[in-house]
Design a protein around this ligand. Structure first.
Ligand code: C2O
Length: 517
């Protein structure tokens, strides 16, 4: 067991990920932020140093944070936001999970401006480990040319009518293509695969908003992981659809009869509300075949002769199939080993609705409450001082050992990727009804082999039944991972066995006061 230690300086810098130069919020002047690779059982210890003129915080998306609640990174819930010039240490263990994760700012809309990176926990006992020779990450994101705070101000004003800002482009591992032409050559992320080997791709959708459909031309993808949960591998797809916050691992095999080619990897935004947009932003990367000596099959050049390709290479690339079908993920993916508790002890009904407030601003609601982040203290502090929780934080109190069934009724016409901190949940049912209401007499819950994950997408005017086990005392946020919707209030907090938090985090009569910004 080792400790991965690092200093993360949160800083603005100029970058042109898609060819358009703008201010980007990065870590140690990197965008995407550095990839964290650790082995299962390692400890991650990261000091975040705030070098910008606004507060910040970092959330480790998908990490259970057993016994380390104060490293979950949610300002107003588990910590005070890190003030300008200040720092905060995150320290947590990876004993109980492995797979594909990511991290991002959980303060305001900062991750839209770039504050996000991949977090990979490797497991020597990964059941799929002998099925592939090599691996790479495909971190997808939508990308805006306008600063996120300006977009947010517009979105949360009457003028937007609740219509989300439309991304300008999309990026794969921080590289995208904007207005490519003969004079304005674009770059592409390059990844290699050796002929006759299999490669694992870890696909992470880090978008503010976008659902992506991803294809690798000429190749099928065997799905082996969803949000850190290993799958049985029986689903093979031509293209896959992934919502914000979600991750998949797929296996791709390089066994083409004619390997003297390169192939497009393409991700296209497929968000429902963008149907009317003039173009659906698309990003491409290149999958390049190399031979056993590591030379490019197409050119016989050594692979380190160039890092990013330009348009000059395009003539040897295939075009992407039109009309590829993606599968209905939730009904088909089966975990390898993730037995679901057979009975629930508590049912919680949650209604999703968007409607305007008195100022004509369209807000998002769980059970008619639009979440407002605490600024001057934290829910953890309120818990310790045994103070009441504010109603605008929509705190759901649950006991240790409870098996919770969340019945989510989506009355909105949008699709929402619902993410739960501190847990995975099982997706027992999902479907469409006239009004989005779940009707228990008409639905059979899947308690045989349901998919478990930490971010599940609920369809427009549809329901979903999620089960999770209250085995992790803490204050765990649940929210839509469309960041605009989180800012519009689509969030709540589970106070899970909160009385037990005293043992770990002390019993305080005083309220911890967060510095004002
Ligand atoms: Cu990745 Cu609370 O989020």
């Amino acid at each position: 067991k080792q400790t991965f230690s690092a200093e993360f300086n949160v800083e603005w810098f100029f970058a042109a990920p898609d060819g358009y130069i703008r201010h980007v919020l990065g870590i140690n002047r990197q965008f995407p932020a550095p990839v964290i690779h650790v082995c299962k059982g390692d400890t991650i210890k990261i000091t975040v140093i705030n070098k910008i003129d606004a507060p910040t915080s970092i959330h480790w998306h998908g990490m259970f944070q057993y016994g380390t609640l104060t490293s979950d990174g949610v300002p107003g819930v588990t910590q005070c936001a890190i003030q300008p010039g200040d720092y905060y240490q995150y320290k947590f263990h990876t004993d109980y999970q492995a797979g594909t994760y990511w991290y991002h700012s959980h303060y305001s809309v900062q991750y839209i401006d770039g504050l996000k990176g991949a977090l990979i926990i490797h497991d020597p006992k990964d059941p799929w480990i002998s099925a592939y020779e090599d691996e790479d990450i495909l971190m997808l994101t939508d990308w805006y040319h306008t600063l996120a705070l300006d977009l947010e101000a517009y979105y949360l004003s009457p003028a937007s009518n609740g219509t989300e800002p439309i991304p300008d482009t999309a990026l794969i591992n921080g590289i995208g293509q904007y207005n490519c032409s003969l004079v304005n050559k674009c770059s592409y992320y390059d990844t290699i695969i050796q002929v006759n080997t299999t490669k694992r791709f870890r696909i992470i959708n880090t978008s503010a908003f976008a659902v992506f459909v991803l294809t690798i031309h000429g190749h099928k993808m065997r799905m082996i992981e969803a949000d850190g949960v290993n799958l049985d591998g029986n689903i093979i797809v031509d293209s896959l659809r992934i919502n914000a916050g979600q991750r998949y691992s797929v296996l791709v095999h390089a066994n083409e009869q004619n390997p003297k080619r390169n192939y497009w990897i393409q991700a296209t935004i497929d968000s429902d509300v963008m149907a009317s947009a003039p173009v659906q932003p698309t990003v491409k990367a290149i999958l390049r075949y190399v031979d056993e000596n590591g030379c490019y099959v197409s050119s016989k050049k050594p692979i380190n002769s160039h890092l990013n390709s330009t348009d000059d290479n395009l003539k040897i690339l295939d075009s992407i199939h039109e009309g590829d079908q993606f599968i209905d993920i939730y009904s088909s993916l089966v975990p390898l080993d993730s037995p679901v508790p057979q009975q629930s002890t508590k049912k919680v009904l949650i209604e999703i609705e968007f409607y305007a407030n008195d100022e004509n601003v369209n807000l998002a609601h769980f059970n008619n409450i639009s979440f407002l982040h605490l600024m001057d203290t934290t829910l953890l502090s309120l818990t310790r001082a045994q103070q009441p929780y504010p109603q605008s934080n929509n705190v759901q109190i649950i006991q240790y050992g409870d098996i919770i069934d969340i019945i989510l009724n989506n009355h909105d016409t949008g699709e929402h990727p619902i993410h739960l901190h501190g847990h995975i949940f099982w997706i027992l049912a999902a479907g469409k009804t006239n009004d989005g209401d779940y009707n228990s007499s008409q639905v059979v819950l899947n308690t045989l082999n349901p998919l478990a994950r930490d971010t599940a997408s609920i369809n427009p005017i549809s329901y979903m039944v999620l089960r999770f086990e209250a085995n992790n005392p803490g204050l765990w946020m649940m929210h839509c991972h469309i960041d605009w919707h989180l800012q519009a209030g689509l969030a709540l907090v589970w106070a899970e066995a909160a009385e037990l938090l005293h043992y770990k985090y002390g019993l305080s009569k005083e309220l911890d006061v967060c510095a004002a910004y």
